[in-house]
Design a binder for this molecule. Structure first.
Ligand SMILES: NC(=O)c1ccc[n+]([C@@H]2O[C@H](COP(=O)([O-])OP(=O)(O)OC[C@H]3O[C@@H](n4cnc5c(N)ncnc54)[C@H](O)[C@@H]3O)[C@@H](O)[C@H]2O)c1
Length: 351
């Protein structure tokens, strides 16, 4: 029986993962530690049944005392670290919080895991850990930087992050790796491409465009809109994490991608057409500095070694996602608050 500390479980992917795990592994105990930043929303979790083996704790992954107490109290067997500042645009405006949450926060979790999972925590040469423990770092394909017009990111691709966000995620990956090499920490790292699906905060491309399109507001598109991303439905990301959690070889990195390379502008036009609106809503804005042109994942390792594969085609997934946002407009309205609107205006009025 596992007791999993899920950090950042009130965010987009974390909340989807909690629903996934409650359904797939009802016997596992899930502890969700989330600081409820602007991106954390308990409304995302309102349909978790009362009967679920699930506990929410409001708190910060940088809080050593709290994290230590949680390990003690719940006898944690696994950490799945989703908690992060996750928006590239914000990292360009305000890098520091990305370093403290994404790097120091990860190190705090690693220290607690080391202390509680090592059989002899005070012996720095001893590498024996309790059975079935694992530290799981949820990372991103952005650690690999910009891909030219051809080729794919493999797990061997050099790390070359280009934004403060991706630099902080890369640093966290390297810390997890270092704890594995130096202290023998059992771990996996997954690097995933762009996710889409329900409960995504409307600063990210798909929910942002959907919300604006529904309300017939301008659709701000960076540069020429030809930035290519490899889109993965969030459910498939969750199933990949589940696979790596159970089957992943200790110390390995696995890329997760859906083989769906699509330019941002194509996504915007697809949403406009699905909602029957006019392409006149498209407003090109000055490109993000350092904006990577293309990401694309080679998922051969996870598909051949662990037998995982995505279940959604992009056509199915995006149709379902559009319907979800149309049916959950109250969820969106509750998020689009005064603070968010101010941020939004600041960010996209700079042409
Ligand atoms: N969204 C994507 O397309 C994508 C792709 C690849 C990897 N990832 C990674 O997946 C993870 C989750 O991404 P997401 O899109 O769900 O992000 P998100 O921004 O929607 O959610 C992040 C969550 O972390 C919480 N959090 C932030 N700082 C915290 C702190 N100091 N302590 C505790 N909780 C804190 C927030 O409250 C929020 O609930 C991140 O690590 C991100 O780097 C995301």
């Amino acid at each position: 029986m596992k007791t999993i500390l899920i950090t950042g479980g009130a965010g987009f992917i974390g909340s989807n993962f909690i629903y996934y795990m409650v359904e797939q592994h009802p016997d596992y105990k899930l502890i969700n530690l989330d600081a409820l930043t602007y991106a954390g929303n308990l409304e995302n979790l309102k349909d978790v049944p009362d009967s679920a083996n699930y506990t929410f704790i409001k708190g910060d992954i940088r809080d050593r005392e709290l994290v230590d107490r949680i390990f003690n109290e719940y006898d944690i067997t696994n950490v799945i670290n989703f908690a992060a500042e996750s928006h590239v645009d914000r990292s360009i405006e305000e890098p520091e919080i990305f370093l403290t949450t994404n790097i120091i926060g990860t190190q705090v979790l690693l220290d607690a895991a080391k202390k509680h999972w090592k059989v002899k925590p005070d012996d720095k040469y001893d590498r024996e850990y309790k059975n079935d423990v694992k530290f799981f770092q949820v990372s991103t394909d952005e650690v690999y930087g910009d891909l030219g017009p051809t080729g794919l990111f493999t797990e061997e691709t050099n790390l070359a992050p280009n934004s403060p966000y991706s630099a902080s995620k890369t640093s966290a990956d390297l810390l997890v790796r270092a704890y594995h090499v130096t202290y023998g920490m059992p771990m996996n790292i997954t690097r995933c491409s762009n996710n889409y699906g329900s409960y995504q905060f409307p600063e990210k491309l798909i929910p942002l465009m959907l919300n604006n399109c529904i309300n017939e507001k301008p659709l701000p598109v960076y540069g020429d809109g030809m930035q290519i991303r490899d889109w993965l439905h969030v459910y498939d990301h969750c199933s990949a994490i589940d696979t790596v959690l159970h089957e992943g070889r200790d110390g390995e990195v696995y890329n997760i991608g859906g083989n769906n390379e699509i330019a941002n502008i194509e996504i915007v036009k697809l949403i406009i057409n699905a909602l029957g609106k006019s392409e006149d809503l498209i407003t090109y804005v000055k490109d993000r500095p350092g904006h990577d042109r293309r990401y694309a994942i080679d998922n051969t390792k996870i598909t051949t070694e662990l037998g995982w594969k995505p279940s959604y085609t992009f056509e199915e997934g995006i149709r379902e996602t559009i319907n979800w946002y149309l049916e959950n407009q109250t969820w969106m309205q509750n998020i689009v608050s005064g603070d968010y609107m101010k941020y939004y205006t600041d960010m996209y009025s700079k042409t």
